[in-house]
Design a protein around this ligand. Structure first.
Ligand code: FAD
Length: 282
């Protein structure tokens, strides 16, 4: 099963090493597409492992600069020690932001399961005071997200809007996909009108077309927002949007800790289950 998932992962992951991510970013750049590189890893419970991820991100920022690829970085606070302490994760994120600032680069805080939402936003707000190069992902499946976006907009923090990839209870999250999509549309419009260079991160063509129509109707220029998608999903659409002069950025994950990310991608599409079952029984 792990071997089958490793095969499946190849579609979504650039490789194991920094150089694989840089190559993927370079390929995307050659198509007019920007990148954001993520070193895979989450929920570290050991202070030294958290330090190793900081070192890896420093190296990644150096390599991005050296290779002159157009790419920001994305990270998860639990990869930097949020399960150990909020202070540790904050200090580690600050160290990466400081390094990114030296290179004129920026850092997006991915959003994890709902147990981390408040702490991730609090850390982001506190870092924003000294680091304008920090941004954050917000999930439209969470009922709290409208209030979070108002607060982040007030603080001029750039938001990457996603639907959300974790299993959440119905008390705090919309259970029905059509409600998640409707909330996405409402939050997307709020961000287009009042956000600071928001990222519309979805592969949902209806929502992408609606973003384009809404931006046109409200005289919101193409430079004021960007689209984002994941490596390996809707490549034709990524290229088409870039060709139409929209800012298009692709999330490029790399690293040895590929399993949790791959399982999240796996669950997003029922065709993926058929793919695995077919390969087991063939
Ligand atoms: C740049 C970026 C960063 C993200 N960061 C986060 C984050 O920090 N936290 C978080 O919780 N989530 C994050 N996500 C994941 C997100 O929450 C969704 O789980 C994921 O994007 C699928 O939702 P969708 O918006 O594409 O809409 P959906 O309605 O799920 O999908 C729309 C269409 O896209 C295609 N598609 C979607 N997923 C797949 C797949 N796995 N394989 C093949 N085709 C697929 C299908 O054609 C589908 O019909 C991120 C997504 C992007 C694009």
């Amino acid at each position: 099963m792990r071997r089958l998932l490793a095969f499946f992962a190849k579609r979504y992951i650039a490789g194991i090493e920094i150089k694989n991510a840089i190559e993927a970013a370079r390929r995307l750049n050659s198509l007019g597409i920007l990148a954001t590189i993520d070193n895979l890893g989450e929920n570290v419970s050991d202070i030294h492992k958290a330090k190793l991820s900081v070192r890896e991100y420093h190296r990644l920022l150096e390599e991005i600069d050296k290779a002159k690829v157009k790419s920001t970085v994305s990270l998860k606070l639990t990869h930097l020690g949020l399960d150990i302490s909020e202070d540790l994760a904050r200090a580690n994120a600050e160290s990466i932001l400081r390094k990114a600032m030296q290179y004129g680069n920026s850092v997006c805080l991915d959003m994890e399961g709902s147990g981390y939402t408040k702490r991730t936003i609090d850390i982001c707000l506190s870092l924003r005071k000294d680091y304008p190069n920090v941004s954050i992902a917000i999930q439209s499946y969470l009922k709290r997200s409208a209030a979070d976006i108002t607060l982040l907009n007030k603080n001029s923090i750039s938001v990457r809007l996603v639907k959300g990839a974790y299993k959440e209870p119905p008390e705090i999250a919309f259970a029905d996909k059509k409600d998640v999509d409707a909330n996405y549309e409402a939050l997307m419009k709020e961000l287009l009108l009042h956000g600071n260079r928001p990222a519309i991160a979805t592969h949902d063509e209806r929502l992408i077309n609606e973003a384009i129509r809404f931006a046109n109707d409200n005289a919101i220029g193409k430079e004021s927002f960007e689209f984002q998608m994941l490596l390996g999903i809707k490549r034709g659409l990524q290229k088409r949007l870039a060709d139409e002069s929209f800012k298009m950025r692709v999330y490029v994950p790399y690293g040895a800790e590929w399993l949790p990310y791959t399982l999240r991608r796996f669950r997003e599409r029922k065709e993926n289950i058929y793919f695995v079952l077919k390969n087991i029984f063939d």
